[in-house]
Design a protein. Sequence first.
Lengths: 219, 363
Amino acid sequence: MNYAEFLIWVRGDAFHWSLAIFIFGVTLRLLEIILIGRKANLAEKRGSGVAGGIRTIFTRFMPNQAVLPRVMHTLVAGYVFHIGFFIVLLFFAPHVALFEAAFGFGWPALPNGVIDFATIMAILGLIAVLINRLRNPVQRMLTGFGDWVAWFVTLLPLVTGFMAFHHLVEPYPLMLALHILSVELLLIVFPFTKLMHTFTLFLARYYTGENAGHRGVEI
Amino acid sequence: MSQKTIGASLRSQGISRRGFLKFCAATASMLALPPAVIPQIAHALENAKRQSVIWLSFQECTGCTESLTRSHAPTLENLVFDLLSLDYHHTLQAASGDAAEHARELAMEANKGEYLLIVDGSIPTANKGYSTIAGISNIDMFHEVAKDAKAIVAVGTCAAYGGLPKAEPNPTGAVSVEDLITDKPVINVPGCPPIPMVITGIVAHFLTFNTLPELDSLKRPLSFYGQNIHDRCYRRPFYERAQFAETFDDEGAKKGWCLYKLGCKGPTTYNACATAKWNEGVSFPIEAGHGCIGCSEPDFWDAGSFYKALSVPLSGTAQAAGYAVAAGAAMGVAAGAMNMAKRNSARKTHETVSIDDLEREQS
């Protein structure tokens, strides 16, 4: 298989399969979680559960003032990674073209210089959270095999994309194919690791906030 | 079949020494060779016999021959006919029928092991009758001529990689020259059609050094196919600034912005179009306002729509996504039902334990 055939495969069959696995897995896991249901809250109603749930979805974007100093490292590195990652994912011109083809509408892309900077920031952010995880004994203990995999498959598309863009490996179509393949790996792994937090974090925050709101507690 | 040297042949046509040296210098520069080798090229070409060439056309559209001949005299492309003794080429030769085939056989006999075989078009393997010349199937004629050739040049994407005939579902079982030859040097000059000066350059290199030029992983001469179209594109600054033409007649298109979103395959294409250009250096497709279609890359017909961006998957993903949602939902509901059954049975078998029971157990 030469690089041109490889590129056709990753843009064709491989993409279809990995996207199908991603959608299948996400649908399955979300339904599984939602259908478990929750026991009726028997506590006396002292406030609005719905308002509490929605509020908590947003308030949890910043940690509690009391614990802030202890989680500063995770907070900063985490935000640097996530913001960088979303800028690259959503505003690099070829990515916008992909979303436009998929959804039927697009949005303006950012200049490549900005994307380049965001890529580097995202990679540095990922490395910083890894260092934190390795140094903190509690986090290290809580980290399973799937979590290391999740970190790695998130890093891979950033690194391969950077390498493809800068032609660090020739020929370019080979590096582009490896980049797309790394994204496909991410799609396949996504539903079966904690990368599911992309969707579940909103459910979890709402549930916690709803529970507290019902009891008249603001969190 | 001329026995005259190239030098003598050129002089007899009134081409000056100065003109000849200019040709050698141009050849050296397009092959990316240092100026020091110009005398070497001149010496080699002057004393070389005109290279015997047999040109076989199989499943092709003659576009490659058109490309080679469509040039205004006097150009480098015209000189190719002074470097070569084109002994067989069924579009260009005057002879036809038996006389034409006889010329091919004579050339093969007289230059056994020394002639250059140029092929354009892919070779059908599904049925020998799909394409024949003088009653001889393409594959038989190819093997017959290739046997005693010194080297083989596959001109055009069809000969180099199968091209259009090989596109899905490949009804004729078309294959490339490379697919059939393992024991001889093969050089690919892909393009639909290729740039004419590439052929001139390769032949000059072959006559000068008696070897084929340095090739890339797809057996293309690096001096012509070493550059990425996107890297050499004059519209590249607009790509960097994320300024794109969204349609072929919008403001962006009029301002000459990047054609990536209109499906330009420049980023994955290696060819000399952006630098050597076409029609005596007038322009190239992107300069004319159309994206690169990637014609010098293998299987470019199967690499998705010419008008869809490179980052877009090859075909619609809606169906795959639809099936995946359905399958995920079905399994999710099934898992939910199983969990519910488990919970209900757990509730049913639940036994109430009182403090007294626990205390009894402890004692």
